[in-house]
Structures are given as structure tokens and as C-alpha cells.
Design a protein around this ligand. Structure first.
Ligand code: PRP
Length: 222
């Protein structure tokens, strides 16, 4: 099969991949051995299915590859999907893994004296400026976002800003950095993401894989 006719499935690197791979495998996709070889610098992998290749990219880039049709399928958290809000991405299936929440947090010692209902302007360090601005704008608060790519829990102690918006799972990172969660913006899980044009032009193949992933999720729940 020519490489440009293959379906490309974009998967996110990092911690989330260990939760996602059992579903990918249960859907019947087994990557070539290099995928699990930590020394390999390969980024695109063939699979046991001649019609599917896997690429492994940063979680934000999964959305970009799928939105532009460079990958027809992908797995991304709804944090990433909400941040970009790409109209070209259709996310038909919650995979039920990667559970966490997106929250506003501030220094623990600030919590007692702070009243979020009085805010008119806040300065926030985050990887999610679009979600943060939308969330605060909906209640008339202007959010000035300082864009960081990680480790935003450092920002309040170093005087960059007093509040952050970030993902919280166990809460250990907030606690270790003297921060407390004060508002929950959204619950987060991983979703199957599909490029809309590919879905329209290759409906049989794409629907087949949506169904396989749906069955894999339901088998896992049973
Ligand atoms: C995420 C998130 C928090 C942390 C929360 O970071 O950004 O920093 O996990 O998890 P916890 O509540 O269980 O402590 P991750 O380690 O995925 O790396 P990142 O900073 O690159 O996003």
C-alpha cells in the first residue's frame, strides 16, 4: 500500500501513552517492535495492519496533525481539543482513560483571604491560554495569561503571577509546590480524534476504526 494512502494514527508521547496503548492494542493495532524500544529515534511506525501507521508526537501536536489532515486519526485529551477548538476535528469517542481535571490553583496561604467573586482581572500562568480566557470571560473577568509549556506550579513562588491553570491528577504536584486548587474548569479524559475531511472522503475505513475503538473501550468497561 503506498504510504500516502495509509491511515495515520497520531498518539501522544509521555505518561498518557501507557494508558492509551492497551486500548489501541484492544482495537487490534500492534505497532512494530521499534515503538517500544526506548533507544529508537523513529517517529513513524508500521503496525500489524498494513493500512495503518502510528506517529508518536507531543499531545498538543496530535491535534495539529489531525486538524490539518496529516493524520486521519489521533488520541488527545479534551484539554488539548478544547484549547485549539479546531473545527476540522471531530471527537466521537471518549476513551475513558487519562482522567484528570483542569483547575485554577493559587498559593495555599492566599486562599483564606482571596475572594474569586471580586476578581475583575487576573494574571495566570498556563499552557491553556484560550481555555483560561474563555472560562474567565464567561463571568466577566479578564484573564491575562502568561504562556508556559510546563512546570507552571513554579510560577507563583517565583512571583510570575499568583494563580495558575493546569491539569491536576493526584494533586501531588500542587501540594509539593505549596498550591491549592480553588476552582475546577473541566474534567479531562482522552478522546479519539478524527479529521472531518478524511471522515467524509474515507467513511468506510474511518467508521471501521471508530467502531473498533468503541468496542475496545466497552470491552474494557465490561
Ligand atoms: C501534569 C500537570 C501537572 C501534573 C499533575 O504534568 O501539568 O504538573 O501532571 O499531576 P498530579 O496532580 O498527579 O501531581 P506532566 O507530568 O504530565 O508534565 P507536563 O508538565 O509536561 O505537562
Amino acid at each position: 500500500m503506498p504510504a500516502n494512502e495509509k491511515l495515520v494514527l497520531a498518539l501522544p508521547k509521555g505518561r498518557i501513552l501507557t494508558e492509551v496503548m492497551p486500548i489501541v492494542r484492544a482495537a487490534g493495532i500492534e505497532p512494530e517492535p521499534a515503538f517500544d524500544d526506548k533507544n529508537s529515534r523513529q517517529l513513524r511506525f508500521s503496525t500489524n495492519r498494513p493500512e495503518i501507521d502510528i506517529i508518536r508526537v507531543r499531545s498538543f501536536d496530535v491535534a495539529t496533525f489531525v486538524a490539518f489532515g496529516a493524520a486521519q486519526l489521533g488520541i488527545a485529551g479534551n484539554d488539548v481539543l478544547m484549547e485549539f477548538d479546531f473545527s476540522e476535528i471531530y471527537a466521537p469517542l471518549d476513551l475513558g482513560v487519562g482522567h484528570c481535571r483542569m483547575s485554577v490553583a493559587e498559593a495555599a496561604e492566599l486562599v483564606a483571604e482571596d475572594d474569586p467573586s471580586t476578581w475583575s482581572h487576573v494574571r495566570i500562568a498556563t499552557k491553556y491560554p484560550a481555555i483560561t480566557q474563555r472560562y474567565f470571560a464567561a463571568r466577566g473577568v479578564q484573564a491575562e495569561c502568561i504562556h508556559l509549556n510546563g512546570a507552571m506550579e513554579l510560577a507563583p513562588a517565583l512571583g510570575l503571577c499568583r494563580r495558575i491553570v493546569d491539569l491536576v491528577s493526584t494533586g501531588a504536584t500542587l501540594e509539593a509546590n505549596g498550591l491549592m486548587e480553588i476552582e475546577r474548569i473541566a474534567d479531562i479524559t482522552s478522546r479519539l480524534a478524527v479529521n472531518r475531511t478524511a471522515w467524509k472522503t474515507r467513511p468506510c475505513e474511518i467508521n471501521f476504526w471508530i467502531d473498533r475503538f468503541r468496542e475496545a473501550v466497552h470491552a474494557d468497561e465490561a
